[in-house]
Design a protein around this ligand. Structure first.
Ligand SMILES: Nc1ccn([C@@H]2O[C@H](COP(=O)(O)OP(=O)(O)OP(=O)(O)O)[C@@H](O)[C@H]2O)c(=O)n1
Ligand SMILES: C[C@](O)(CO)[C@H](O)COP(=O)(O)O
Length: 265
């Protein structure tokens, strides 16, 4: 299914920090859904984005390891590119992943929203908390994952990791192609946040949101907002950035190289 061959699987160790069982969430009834079915059009031509290599390992494997690094997460549902579920299952067998985590692979849909819904439909009973994490955010630190889970456990129906903005933001009006866009407002930056994943949810709330909200949305928390339920933030992390455009891949390679240097492998 890929336009380009995958790198041959390498026996990478399961590396990096895992959450401390003494301080991490006490029980393991949290599942992570990883939407990984996008093409990655903005990244440019090639294999589906989640299957492209980062430091010699598919981005999806990094994202799976990032979720499985949390001792709270005992099930990961991977939503694969529609024609690529078998290829993803092969990858899961080829790369080292923690034994304590179970994995399910389902084919994805036309949009991120559809893919997440397909992942939720595949969740078995018994998981009360669901994380939704982009395969395109391969380097999210485990502390961020644990902070999201902890906030849901404390009672928030929906939790997003969020960062303050570095740039001033302008609201514009649409303009004809080639014409300058008129600026109509400058929102107060101190009240704006850039949100990341994993976003964490009380399962029933997220399922209800996906069954109820029909508008196109760009994240899951906004569906919960539309239900009138509370969504709260926890601190995000710079390294949880989304690999969207080619320069993001350069940054991701640099972050990974620095981690490997620091970890000594
Ligand atoms: N039909 C889709 C579209 C997106 N995603 C996933 O949603 C996450 C965030 O989406 P984004 O970064 O926008 O990925 P793409 O849709 O692949 O990017 P692009 O818009 O550049 O094609 C990614 O992990 C992507 O694989 C998905 O599972 N199913
Ligand atoms: C879910 C998300 O990563 C939160 O920032 C983002 O909304 C995904 O957006 P995209 O347009 O699918 O890249």
């Amino acid at each position: 299914m890929s336009d380009e061959p995958l790198l041959p699987p390498t026996p990478n160790p399961v590396s990096g920090p895992v959450s401390d069982p003494a301080t991490g969430p006490a029980t393991a009834r949290t599942a992570a859904v990883i939407p990984a079915a996008g093409r990655g059009v903005r990244l440019g031509p090639g294999a589906p984005k989640a299957l492209r290599a980062l430091g010699g390992t598919p981005m999806l494997i990094h994202a799976i390891r990032a979720m499985a690094a949390s001792r709270a997460v005992s099930l990961v549902v991977v939503v694969a590119p529609p024609e690529g579920a078998a290829e993803v299952r092969t990858l899961l067998d080829a790369y080292a992943l923690p034994d304590r985590t179970d994995f399910v692979v389902v084919p994805g849909g036309e949009t991120r929203q559809e893919s997440v819904k397909l992942g939720l439909d595949a969740l078995p009973p018994g998981f009360d908390i669901v994380l939704v994490h982009d395969a395109a955010r391969p380097l999210v630190p485990v502390d961020t994952v644990d902070a999201v889970v902890a906030a849901v456990r404390e009672g928030a129906p929906a939790v997003v990791p969020a960062l303050p903005l570095a740039d001033t933001v302008k609201q514009v009006e649409p303009a004809a192609p080639g014409e300058p866009e008129p600026v109509v407002a400058t929102p107060d930056r101190s009240l704006l946040r850039a949100v990341q994943t994993p976003q964490g949810f009380d399962r029933a709330t997220l399922v209800h949101a996906h069954e109820t909200v029909t508008d196109d949305v760009t994240d899951d928390a906004s569906m919960v907002e539309q239900l009138g339920r509370t969504v709260v933030t926890v601190p995000g992390h710079e390294e949880a950035f989304k690999v969207t455009r080619p320069l993001d891949l350069v940054l991701a390679e640099a972050v990974l190289a620095r981690r490997r240097l620091n970890d000594g492998f």
